[in-house]
Design a protein around this ligand. Structure first.
Ligand SMILES: Nc1ncnc2c1ncn2[C@@H]1O[C@H](COP(=O)(O)OP(=O)(O)O)[C@@H](O)[C@H]1O
Ligand SMILES: [Mg+2]
Length: 322
């Protein structure tokens, strides 16, 4: 990963029929990282990707992709960018190699070069002879048509078509949808290897758990808004409702002045009183400071619990099926 940005959006907004579906998005994707664009169905992931590709225009705000404005310079963006849409289409009566050569031709790649690159990308995505050939007659082998491919094979062929252009940046929109666990793992391993080859990846998914292992940074969208963004290893501990930590203290009849003292502790985000329980949100583990304040103010410390937010909690809050 480098510090150069592959994508930067500034207050990017999209409306359909007066309804805001992408809402003032500020998003940064670094060069040579896998960025997870996550969120439940309808959150605005596909719309965001389409704006980055210059395939739909923002209502307001801006987006820069590899230094270009995709609305004003769509060809400059398309030349260096690959896109795997949610539903990939192929010529089902053609073989994998024929489909690849067709895409190569559309991208102005010469025939010998296309042949060489086809073999290269088939190998990259793990579409081996075993999978793409079939027996005809006693011992003759021919290439299968894509119509006979499994969902996982089709998805890998889709990625091969994206990679044959040797793009600097790729968008994979829900690439794991409909795959079995083995297919998902093959696909994620493939994605995991792309940054090393100089390809930045934006991976959208409504299944945080499925894809998190390959993402360096993630952004979670809910109803068009970015609710959380950052490095995946740090986010596990980040805030949901103010603080990252919830400290619950049982005492006796906590009064205003105690609440004020607690609110004055550095790192305390919020204090709520529920009968004899103080619910304190903090951005660090402040058990020591909190207990000291309670005892010094002559309140009993009957019980104290601390809960740290994890990716589990983020999952529960934004991804749980209703
Ligand atoms: N072409 C369109 N016309 C009208 N509404 C749309 C269109 N595309 C998407 N939407 C709406 O925008 C919202 C975000 O959709 P989308 O970007 O597809 O979400 P996601 O990819 O996260 O599932 C949804 O409410 C969807 O119904
Ligand atoms: Mg979508």
């Amino acid at each position: 990963m480098s510090d150069t940005l592959a994508i930067e959006t500034n207050e990017l907004t999209k409306r359909y029929d007066g309804v805001t579906v992408v809402d003032n998005l500020n998003l940064k994707v670094k060069e040579n990282e896998v960025f997870g664009l996550l969120g439940p169905n309808g959150a605005g992931k596909t719309t965001t990707i389409l704006m980055m590709l210059g395939l739909t225009e923002p209502a307001s705000g801006s987006v820069s992709v590899l230094g270009f404005n995709p609305t004003r310079e769509p060809l400059k963006v398309k030349r260096q960018v690959g896109y795997l849409p949610e539903r990939v289409g192929f010529y089902e009566n053609l073989t994998a190699r024929e489909n690849l050569r067709f895409i190569a031709d559309l991208n102005g790649i010469s025939y010998p070069e296309a042949n060489q690159r086809s073999e290269e990308v088939l190998e990259m995505v793990g579409l081996t002879s075993d999978e793409i050939m079939e027996k005809k007659g006693s011992n003759r082998e021919i290439e299968k048509t894509v119509g006979k491919f499994s969902r996982g094979m089709k998805q890998r062929l889709g990625i091969a078509e994206v990679l044959i252009k040797r793009p600097k940046l790729v968008f994979f929109d829900e690439p794991t949808a409909g795959l079995d666990p083995k297919g998902i793992n093959q696909l994620l391993d493939l994605i995991d290897g792309l940054p090393k080859m100089g390809t930045t990846v934006v991976l959208s998914s409504h299944q945080l758990y499925q894809v998190q292992r390959v993402c360096h940074n993630i952004g979670i969208l809910a109803k068009g808004k970015m609710v959380i963004q950052g490095a995946i290893d740090k986010l596990g501990r980040e805030a949901l409702a103010g603080g990252r930590f919830h400290i619950e203290v049982e005492t006796e009849k906590p009064g205003e002045e105690l609440v004020k003292v607690l609110q004055g502790i550095k790192g305390v985000v919020n204090v709520e009183v529920r009968e004899n329980v103080l619910a304190i949100s903090t951005d660090a583990d402040l058990r020591r400071e909190v207990s000291k304040a309670i005892v010094q103010n002559n309140y009993p410390l009957i019980q104290m619990k601390v809960q740290e937010f994890s990716l589990d909690d983020i999952y529960m809050k934004y991804f749980r099926e209703e």
